[in-house]
Every structure is written in C-alpha cells, then in structure tokens.
Design a protein around this ligand. Structure first.
Ligand code: DGL
Length: 258
C-alpha cells in the first residue's frame, strides 16, 4: 500500500526480484498526500487499507509508504498476524553501509521528518552517525500531478526545496519517501552526482525476498501473473504514471471506495 503511486517504486523492484509473486496494490490517491496528516489519520487509513487487502488472501503486508511506516507500523504489527514490512529500516541500513563519513541526509515528507524515525533508526545502529532530516512537501504533489515529466517545473521545485541543503557535508542521501525515486535522476543531478542516493523501495524489495524465503512463503508459480491494482478514487492519473513507470507490468485496475 501507499498513499498514491509512490509504492510502485517498491513494486517495480519486487517484480524484478520476485517475478513469481503476485502483487495486490492499494493506492490511496483520494487522500494523498499523507505527509501533512496527523498520526491518527494515517493510522486509521492504514488500518482501513489493510482490512481491504486482507480480503484478498495476502501473505505479507508491505507498507510501501515512509509516512505510514513512521506513523503506523508498530500499531499495525500488533493488530495483524501476517508479517508486515516497512520501508524505513532497509533504507537506513543501506545508507550506513555505503556512507564513508556516516553523515546522512534524509529527504522525506513532513510527517516522516517530524517522527524522526530515520534519525532514531540510523542512530540505533550507529549512534555517532550524523543525520539531517529535510522535508520536501512539494515533491509528492509534483509527482502525483504528473508534472515531474516537465523538466522546468520539476527542476524548479527541486532547487527551491533543496536549496538549504545543497552544501550538506552528507555523502549519502536517502530518498525517504517512496514517490521520490520517480525523480531520482533529477535529485542526483541537483547534487552534481556527488552523493550516494539510497532508494528505500529498492532496499525493501531485498528484505521482502529474504523474509519470504526465511518463512518458506516463496511462490513456486510458473503461470503468467496478472497483478491487481486498487485505487481509492479515480484511477486515470494513477494509470498514466503506472504505465510510464512500468510499461511491461500486467495488471487489472479498479477504482474503489472505502
Ligand atoms: N509515498 C509516501 C511516503 O513514502 C508519500 C506520502 C504522502 O502521501 O505524502 O511517505
């Protein structure tokens, strides 16, 4: 699940690494962005979405949204009896692995920033790591509106948002929102291609693979898979981004009301 199209960055990696697994995806486009919402709202939306997906015979629940991971994962884990994977730990671990100076910049929504979940997760592993958390509230609306394909609009939003952290000493930047990999190249270019860029979605797919194997839950299906997409509200814009991001993905899509 995600608030919108962001979780598709996780899906793309899942399909690449685990081609036998069927994905049932829920995008909450109607209530996107989550980044400005309260913990109570995000938790109740995440519960609602889980209840919807639990009727689809799922074996693993991936919260492919940093904001919902930051604000809701512990409560959700207590509530349900299948494994739940979030996106914050995998990205944090990867950043520490590749950073040479243990100085990390985290780009995220406001909700994720205010939760300080990246800082606490990273410093739990390495307490001397320097972590700067920076909110980028205009990135999700830019992406959901498909404006990220317009070079001028995208580059303006990026430079206005990142101006104050351009000269950071961090050598590693975490894309702490699953929408951001859609503008990864432009963010990398903004930092003159001098930083390690960590895509938390990509790292999450590795964790999913390990967990499924460990729990002996890997699928052995050899048939062609038609994935299922559910969009809260209208799915037109969602589908446009989906087709652009994953042109070979086979799916059915349906607008739903919760
Ligand atoms: N993809 C969500 C995340 O990773 C976006 C949150 C939002 O809707 O603001 O946080």
């Amino acid at each position: 699940m995600d608030s919108g199209v962001g979780g598709l960055t996780v899906v793309k990696e899942l399909v690449r690494q685990l081609p036998r697994e069927k994905i049932v995806y829920f995008g909450d486009s109607l209530r996107c962005p989550y980044g400005q919402r309260s913990k109570e709202e995000v938790l109740s939306f995440t519960k609602e979405i889980y209840n919807f997906l639990s009727r689809k015979d799922i074996k693993l629940f991936i919260i492919a949204c940093n904001t919902a991971t930051a604000l809701a994962i512990s409560e959700i884990r207590k509530m349900i009896d299948i494994p739940v994977i979030g996106v914050i730990k995998p990205g944090s671990r990867r950043a520490l692995q590749i950073s040479d100076n243990d100085n990390i910049l985290v780009l995220s929504t406001r909700g994720t920033m205010l939760s300080h979940k990246y800082k606490s997760t990273i410093q739990k592993i390495n307490k001397s790591a320097i972590v700067t958390e920076h909110a980028c509230p205009d990135f999700v609306p830019l992406i959901e509106a498909f404006n990220y394909k317009n070079d001028d609009i995208r580059n303006n939003v990026i430079s206005e948002t990142l101006q104050s952290v351009k000269d950071t000493n961090a050598d590693t930047v975490i894309l702490g929102c699953t929408h951001y990999p859609l503008i990864k190249q432009a963010i990398d270019d903004y930092f003159s291609n001098e930083k390690n860029i960590v895509d938390s979605g990509l790292e999450t797919a590795r964790d999913v693979s390990t967990l499924l194997e460990f729990k002996e839950l890997l699928s052995s299906n050899d048939d062609e898979i038609i994935h299922e997409i559910y969009v809260h509200g209208d799915h037109q814009q969602f589908e446009k981004i989906l087709n652009e991001w994953m042109p070979n993905f086979k799916y059915t899509i349906q607008s739903v009301q919760l």
